[in-house]
Design a protein around this ligand. Sequence first.
Ligand code: COA
Length: 326
Amino acid sequence: MNKVQIMGTGSYVPPRIVTNDDLSCIVDTSDEWISSRTGIKERRISEGEDTSDMASKAALKALEQSKVKPEEIDLIIVATSTPDNFIPSTACLVQKNILAVNATCFDISAACSGFVYGINIATQFIRTGSVKKVLVIGAETLSKVLNWEDRSTCVLFGDGAAAAVLSESDRESILAICNGSDGSKGQYLVSKAVPVVNPYTDKKDIDVNVNSYVEMNGREIFKFAVKTILQSTEELLEKINCSMDEIKYIVLHQANYRIIEFAAKKLGVSEDKFYVNLDKFGNTSAATIGIALDEMNQKNLLKTGDKILLIGFGGGLTYGGIAIEW
Ligand code: COA
């Protein structure tokens, strides 16, 4: 089996900062409510850039950092729940934008677990020798599927993209992987696509004006998140035969500070071990873990040999974790 190394990372968020106070001008909310329930202070909101635009910018930064040319990329995987189109895939749009002419491209839909699922898929492709270099991207324009009149959801999310270049190597970055899904809980986090309406359906029963607004049962997601974070952490530590003391950082999907607080308490781990940047970006779904990883990389927080855990959870419902040696 080939070894897999993370060669570099990149991220991009749109320049427009929307604070909690800004949101209180749109919906009946307050900085106090949002900060105390979620830890979020502000988020970036697209002023027109779509998912492929942000994904391409993050991808170019990751390539530059990795010193890999676009034409060396064999595979582009974009994790997104907010693609530009049904067809073509966002990954194909990225390919066109960054001139990765030799890549095979596809999108995956795993909501907030998307970046972790993407790294998992890329790893399997490289391990088997079928490709050498993969660009994994998590990118979302959640602002286009938010109901800006629903205070219970519009305050939680933001837009952004992150990328990582994975390559066949003589060094191993990916120590262990775990993931899973529970489709029976899918109704707790929903953004609908178009209904089936064609000349052969009974249109009377179908609401053709269905929207794609995010609808969420926050409490159920909270429970699922805490359960799967604990499960994934234990599974990863067991697989790599390490104690928590040997882990430098845990990078959780950045959804809500209270989830991180709760998980830290349950695991008996100091909150300092968890990297947190959700105060600045909110929940960017498939992009959060990649944005955090890139920020840590840029800040030089990661040294060669450091062990870190990446753990995602979200719509589907899905979850997944990766143990990495930097
Ligand atoms: N501002 C002010 N009040 C708000 C509000 C807002 N933005 N959003 C909801 N409220 C109100 C509700 O209307 C409700 O009022 P009521 O008691 O008068 O009916 C009250 O606050 C409590 O609402 P509730 O939804 O029960 O709050 P909560 O304590 O469960 O917190 C979340 C809501 C979303 C912060 C919390 O459930 C959570 O963090 N869940 C996890 C969600 C998540 O991370 N999703 C990402 C998926 S990957």
